[in-house]
Ligand binder design. Structure first.
Ligand code: NAP
Ligand code: SF4
Length: 675
């Protein structure tokens, strides 16, 4: 019997049947905006081949004013319909089903023409929306219906009406934005009117044999959000208005509670969907931080929902469902919920991809073709760059040996996995091990190689990584000073009052490590909810806990220092930096910028400020952790090059500055594709 009987069970929707309970949720990848429809089609077709029962496209605007940004993809003309048909045909040929998400951003539309219920500016946009009049509202409703008709003409199996995450429809639902006194505002019946009109008009326009998913915000996580009672009422009316299924939306984009970051416990919001189970007659879909088949199976077995939606996991591994079906779940590349290559790219206007799978959205360009003649390849270093290069090269058919000085694979990822809230990195390192074994990579662990050991290989790839940068602070050899490597590897222990030198990604991570003790909040849902102030929408509007966040007292007093005068964490990930800052603030981490490091002595860390090295201050502490960045470890490259051996240097050994796993893995995979 299958390990995932609930997840793999078919679902009869009346006019059509879904082959399992897995939906690939909507993601805005910026692919549609490339207008390279072959590339868009290949992205979705690859995931259809991977077994998702139904996929939801990225948001497609029903009209220009509703586009997430000016020029966002829409479906307006005959040409647009023909372009989308390329995608739907390819998906259907691959045995998949696909629905188009209709996304009207309302006041989240990043442009001066944005519209909403009332002219209430969002805190995450510089543009105040125009208040729609009666005719304006009618136009928006008609545009939704037209978009659905066009979607049908383009061959889609249905549409998803985006009613959550604080977008247009959601803005009408709550008094947070809707200040109207006409028939579209005031009472809840009035505020629901837009959602219901859109649903009725869309259903009326497309007929019965067409899937309509309504994505409903089940917990807004903002002040004056919906109550659970209102959510139930809306869901029941949406069902009556003709929805086929209801999908779960969690939190508005302006909410200050993380909803999908890696520090959110797995399936951390499935309980919200569960509250609605049994209150409507149509299937419910749950989502957020469901990233592995066992998590999906548990959520369904516990009757939290009828289906699960996973979005980013399908970037990480398009073949998620097929691998689960075939008993190969360990081979599923895990989405570690880092946002680094997907959402962070989207918000920078770049094409999304995936840290663990650089082929995501680059399917037509980055191909791992089988090789004609196998080469003997040596890879030195088993960090993310080396392992990606080794696995991809072996997958193509090369004979690959990895030499690693440490006794385990993973390199810097082994530091990351010690951080509370970064437990997903553990599975990621395990996955490297699984895939290396599958493709026959020989691992020589605990083996330090010199230039003389690498003769006899056709290609040598050096992925020897990085070394901590020496900040050269007077007194840094004292016993109370340690590097982040000493601390995170367990070789050294921190005292009760700790100064952290360097506020890059690792400085922030080290602070998280220092302020927590005991079970990580990411593994303790009740504790995590309390820490961030997530309450029950049946008790408080929007699901904000009445007393706000109640973080546990920090395990240590921590001071985080940097020389730059800018805001701490300014250069962290676009969609996650605010979470890291908020988390440390909750733990009273003191952030001091603009310092010069003068010296360390028994009193603590002496700093001064400004070019004139003024206002000396002693940061009293019993431990100082150095997180001053990295330098490349490329001594072997230099020795090999001196012998005239040509080497490929990748990852941190190539460029240490701004090194992250995303760049290392991308570089390793791209090199392997051409070896
Ligand atoms: P980093 O981001 O380059 O930060 C290094 C820090 O050290 C900076 O705060 C820098 O700030 C300080 N510094 C640089 N030279 C110094 C010197 N000579 N003396 C004292 N301080 C010095 O490096 P990292 O923190 O080691 O992180 C490495 C990479 O891993 C980063 O690219 C990061 O993206 C990635 N990473 C990301 C995350 C995340 O996003 N959550 C987590 C972990 C790692 P000042 O010059 O202002 O002092
Ligand atoms: Fe998941 Fe990170 Fe990949 Fe995004 S980049 S899909 S969050 S692993």
């Amino acid at each position: 019997m299958s390990h995932y009987p609930h997840m793999l069970a078919p679902l009869d929707l009346g006019h059509t049947t879904l082959k399992n309970r897995v939906i690939m949720g909507s993601m805005h990848t910026n692919l549609e905006e490339t207008k390279d429809w072959n590339r868009v089609a290949e992205f979705y077709a690859e995931r259809a081949r991977g077994g998702a029962a139904l996929m939801v496209t990225g948001g497609i605007a029903p009209n220009p004013e509703g586009g997430v940004f000016p020029g966002a993809a829409g479906l307006y003309s005959e040409q647009d319909i023909a372009n989308h048909k390329i995608v739907t045909d390819r998906v259907h040929a691959a045995g998949g089903k696909i629905v188009m998400q209709i996304l009207h951003a309302g006041r989240y539309a990043y442009g001066p023409d944005c519209v909403s219920a009332s002219p209430v500016k969002s805190p995450i946009s510089p543009f105040a929306p125009k208040e729609l009049d009666e005719a304006g509202i009618e136009k928006q409703i008609a545009d939704f219906a037209t978009a659905a008709v066009n979607a049908r003409a383009a061959g889609y199996d249905g549409v998803e009406v985006m009613g959550s995450e604080g977008y247009f429809i959601n803005q009408f639902l709550v008094t947070h934005v809707n200040k109207r006194t006409d028939r579209w505002g005031g009472s809840y019946e009035n505020r629901m009117r837009l959602a219901l009109e859109i649903m009725k008009r869309v259903r009326g326009a497309v007929g019965d044999d067409f899937i309509i998913i309504y994505r409903l915000s089940m917990i807004d996580l903002i002040p004056n959000g919906s109550t659970h009672e209102e959510v139930v009422q809306l869901a029941q009316e949406i069902e009556k208005a003709g929805a086929t299924m209801i999908n779960t939306g969690i939190g508005w984009h302006e909410a200050r509670i993380p909803t999908i970051a890696t520090s959110v416990p797995r399936a951390g919001f499935a309980w919200v969907t569960k509250k609605l189970m049994g209150k409507v007659g149509i299937p419910l879909i749950t989502s957020n931080r469901i990233n592995m088949p066992d998590v999906a199976e548990r959520v369904l077995a516990e009757s939290c929902a009828d289906l699960v939606s996973m979005a980013r996991p399908f970037l990480a591994d398009p073949h998620f469902v097929v691998k689960a079906e075939q008993g190969r779940a360990a081979e599923i590349a895990p989405c570690i919920a880092c946002n680094q290559a997907c959402l962070d790219h989207t918000f920078q206007g770049k094409i999304s991809s995936c840290l663990v799978n650089p082929r995501a959205c680059f399917e037509t360009e980055l191909r791992l073709e089988p090789v004609d003649g196998a080469k003997k390849i040596a890879v030195v270093g088993a960090g993310p760059a080396g392992m990606s290069a080794a696995i991809a090269a072996a997958e193509r058919g090369h004979d690959v040996t990895v030499f690693e000085r440490a006794t385990e694979i993973g390199g810097q990822l082994n530091m990351a996995k010690q951080i509370p809230g970064k437990e997903e990195f553990r599975g990621f390192v395990d996955w490297f091990g699984t895939m290396a074994a599958k493709h026959g990579v020989t691992l020589e662990l605990g083996r330090e190689v010199g230039a003389g050991d690498l003769s006899g290989f056709d290609e040598v790839v050096l992925a020897t990584g990085v070394l901590p940068r020496d900040p050269n602070i007077e007194g840094q050899d004292l016993p109370q000073v340690m590097s982040y490597v000493d601390l995170l590897s367990g070789r050294a222990k921190a005292g009760k009052r700790v100064a952290v030198v360097g506020a890059g990604g690792i400085g922030f991570d080290v602070c998280e490590f220092l302020v927590h003790e005991g079970v990580s909040p990411a593994l303790d849902l009740a504790g995590w909810k309390e820490e961030w102030g997530v309450g029950d929408p049946a008790e408080t509007r929007g699901g904000l806990a009445p007393d706000g966040p109640k973080p546990e007292a920090p395990a240590r007093e921590v001071i985080l220092l940097q020389r730059k005068a800018e805001r701490h964490g300014k250069r962290l990930g676009k969609t996650t930096g605010w979470i890291h800052r908020a988390a440390l603030k909750m733990k009273n981490v003191e952030m001091i910028g603009g310092v010069n490091y003068e010296r360390i002595d028994a009193q603590g860390l002496h700093v001064s400020f400004g070019a004139a090295r003024e206002t000396p201050r002693v940061i009293q502490c019993d431990t100082i952790v150095l997180c001053a960045g990295q330098v490349s470890e490329r001594s072997l490259a230099e020795a090999l090059e001196a012998q005239g051996v040509s080497v490929h240097v990748i990852g941190g050994a190539d460029v240490a500055g701004e090194l992250d796993a995303k760049r290392a893995i991308d570089q390793g995979t791209r090199l392997a594709a051409v070896l």
